[in-house]
Design a protein around this ligand. Sequence first.
Ligand code: ATP
Ligand code: ATP
Ligand code: MG
Ligand code: MG
Ligand code: MG
Ligand code: MG
Length: 291
Amino acid sequence: MANSKFEYVRAFERPDPLLPNTFIVIRLDGRSFHSFSARHAFTKPNDIRALHLMNAAAAAVVRDLPDIAIAYGVSDEFSFVLRRETTLFERREAKLVTTVCSSFTSWYVFLWPQFFPETPLVPPLPSFDGRAVCYPALGNVRDYLSWRQADCHINNLYNTTFWALVQQGGMTTQEAEEELKGTFAKDKNEILFSRFKINYNNEPEFFKKGSVIFRDYTDVLPSAAAPDSSSPAAAAATAEAQETATTAVPREKSKTQIEKEKKRAKKAQVVVEHVDIIQDAFWEKRPWILG
Ligand code: ATP
Ligand code: ATP
Ligand code: MG
Ligand code: MG
Ligand code: MG
Ligand code: MG
């Protein structure tokens, strides 16, 4: 089979490795979910079954790929952040994006009957597009996730008000759209409160914050995280840490360090929370996630 006269075509393939030592973010988004959600009778504005299904599919992907440090999802989209030092698929862009995308889609379809037992999945079947973006600094990843969560809040406030006008206010969708044109957040809060007695602050965190999926290490013994300080490995690690602190560019992690973190990641429990990731509190409590 090797060295056939056809093999030269392989040289037309382009290498596509993503920049080393950067956080890789892969974002998926459902194709035409506006009509997909209508076809499968999603509750508006937030179908809780569909959101749980998205989270279950994403959690399965996080479990399958220990190099995913954190994932954030809202509506029909999910972002997966890979550890900065990942060498998964030699960081080849197409391999990473298509693998995450197709395994997410497979889980979504596989798990569908659990979340929609009374709604058969019918064509056009769900599909997701995907893209990868590299972020060089921790601050960039934090800003990326903040951008998605801020978007979640803006869209949810709009959708909550829009559907209150339609479902409780008896407006057509066009009338509701017209009503909300040019309004600010405070106007929408006011419409919700004065016309529908809805205090937006009391809406579920699930809808306001979206979903954050990560590995929780609280149940892992501290000794698994920090080596015994009397061991030679610990002494080496300390020396390395001190050296890192004095250099402007952080040194890459050692192979043993990366292996240790991988083992730990495989053992840890994958959890889903609906919490603020814009402020520092979440990150200060869990420095390991993007560390
Ligand atoms: P595109 O293919 O360009 O992404 P789209 O129709 O998927 O088009 P999006 O901007 O991705 O457009 O918006 C997704 C739409 O899916 C939302 O506007 C909403 O109507 C619907 N949707 C997604 N998840 C839910 C949910 N859990 N409950 C209700 N509706 C949802
Ligand atoms: P990678 O993730 O790198 O693609 P791989 O294990 O999928 O690794 P491939 O080079 O893609 O490796 O080869 C696919 C393998 O799948 C084949 O070597 C063969 O063992 C198996 N396979 C695929 N289709 C069939 C089939 N119809 N019947 C039997 N075996 C199959
Ligand atoms: Mg889109
Ligand atoms: Mg979409
Ligand atoms: Mg979307
Ligand atoms: Mg293969």
